[in-house]
Write a protein that binds this ligand. Structure first.
Ligand code: AMP
Ligand code: MG
Length: 414
């Protein structure tokens, strides 16, 4: 038996072949799901100016420092400052301005008294008011200019995934455009003469083609754009033709499924293998032992994943997703892994790291547990059960069996 590579060894050679995609500058509203190529720097201070944290009155702290229920401090309201105002009214001794949350605090004020600390509150708030509780100190209820970030500060480093929170931070920092990695262009090619389009009537020997749905979706979730999606029979000419097509549409990555193992009609291995564009190896994992990887002269990366749906899914997680994220310059290219107790016992393959589709029982929030998603065991053909999975339990090669209660690494994928 030929020697098995570890997952890490194979991943290392893949990542060694990855080239980072060029950056492009795009408007913030379209940047979600993209990866920053340059740090996000604030274009304005956050907050932009000193502003009120409360609806109430901008005051001179000295005027109200001793205010109390039994010693109210009267103030005359001389201005009204709604949000968006550009007014900066002067305040003399005993004077205040009514102010709303977010309005600029007048230069003459150094504290805000909320409505609830006056006798009348919003009622009579434009006449003479009575403050019955002193602000705790000068500066009370004032949000200071730049206390969150200063113009030029780095808010997010390069390599950050832009999600809604990050896009909003950019907008708040006055930034309209972001430098992000170009979207990787991915071609998904299913191989197998038995494959029929999902939903079409099945002749004897045919099965619904499902890996393209799986792999296209996973690629898109990893920030890629799917530029080609094809299913081809186990024929070299068909494979060569689709490879040329993928090149024409500028694919950066071509993901094949099927046709990489030890059978008689392994079209990917037979066409692109020995002497060709791809190398084929065996990795000490289950599922996903046979793996193909290489690149075309033009540079597109070629992945040859085993065709069993669970094998394809696991192989994508372990090898393709990290490569797609590395191409985009993502700092963190790995899924989160947590450690949970096993809810049941299960068998594991000798000498190979197990990636078992799993569900997490969250009934007890302080003690989540993990169990296999597929009732029929760890079979890599259990494509239906895969739909229940939200994670993969990862069991080291040296462990023979998992017993209920054992702690297991769990890779979260949803
Ligand atoms: P292979 O890796 O080509 O030997 O395929 C392994 C198993 O996965 C076979 O039972 C195939 O029928 C099945 N399979 C391969 N490709 C797909 C696909 N695209 N969709 C669903 N099943 C597939
Ligand atoms: Mg096949």
């Amino acid at each position: 038996m030929s020697e098995l590579l570890t997952v890490e060894e194979h991943l290392r050679s893949i990542l060694g072949a990855v080239r980072q995609l060029e950056a492009e500058t795009i408007p913030v509203p379209g940047a979600r799901g993209r990866t920053l190529s340059s740090p996000l720097r604030a274009a304005v201070d956050i907050p932009v100016f000193d502003n009120s944290a409360m609806d109430g009155f901008a005051v001179r702290f000295v005027d109200v420092a001793d205010a109390a229920a039994d010693a109210p401090a009267p103030l005359r309201v001389v201005a009204d400052l709604p949000a968006g105002t550009d007014l900066d009214p002067p305040l003399g001794p005993g004077e205040a301005a009514r102010i709303m949350t977010g309005s600029p605090v007048p230069a003459a004020a150094d504290a805000v008294v909320p409505f609830e600390d006056t006798v009348g509150g919003l009622e009579d708030s434009l006449g003479v008011i009575s403050v019955v509780r002193a602000p705790r100190a000068a500066g009370a209820h004032i949000r200071r200019r730049g206390e969150d970030a200063r113009e030029g500060d780095v808010l997010l480093p390069a390599g950050t995934l832009v999600g809604p929170l990050q896009a909003a931070a950019a907008a708040a920092a006055g930034v309209s455009h972001l430098a992000v990695a170009r979207t990787p262009r991915v071609a998904i090619v299913s191989t197998g003469s038995e494959l029929a389009a999902a939903g079409s009537p099945l002749l004897r020997g045919q099965i619904p083609e499902s890996n393209s749905e799986l792999l296209a979706g996973l690629a898109e979730e990893a920030g890629a754009g799917v530029v080609l999606r094809r299913s081809v029979p186990d024929e070299s000419d068909a494979l060569r033709a689709v490879l040329a097509h993928a090149d024409d549409v500028g694919a950066d990555v071509i993901v094949f499924s099927g046709g990489v193992s030890a059978g008689a009609y392994e079209v990917v291995k037979g066409t692109l293998g020995p002497g060709g564009e791809m190398g084929f190896v065996k990795v000490a994992m289950q599922p996903g032992k046979p793996q193909g990887f290489g690149h075309v002269p033009g540079g597109a990366l070629l992945f040859g994943l085993p065709g069993n749906p669970v094998s394809a899914a696991v192989s994508f997680e372990v090898f393709v997703r990290p490569a797609l994220l590395a191409m985009q310059g993502r700092t963190d290219i790995h899924r989160p892994v947590i450690r949970l107790g096993a809810a049941v016992s299960w068998r594991t393959p000798p000498g190979r790291r197990q990636y078992l589709p799993a569900v997490i029982d969250r009934t007890d929030p302080a003690r989540w547990t993990v169990r296999p998603a597929t009732g029929g065991g760890s079979g890599s053909h259990l494509a239906g059960g895969l739909g229940r999975a939200e994670a993969y339990a990862i069991v080291p090669a040296g462990v023979d069996a998992v017993a209920a209660g054992d702690l297991v690494d769990v890779m979260l994928v949803s």
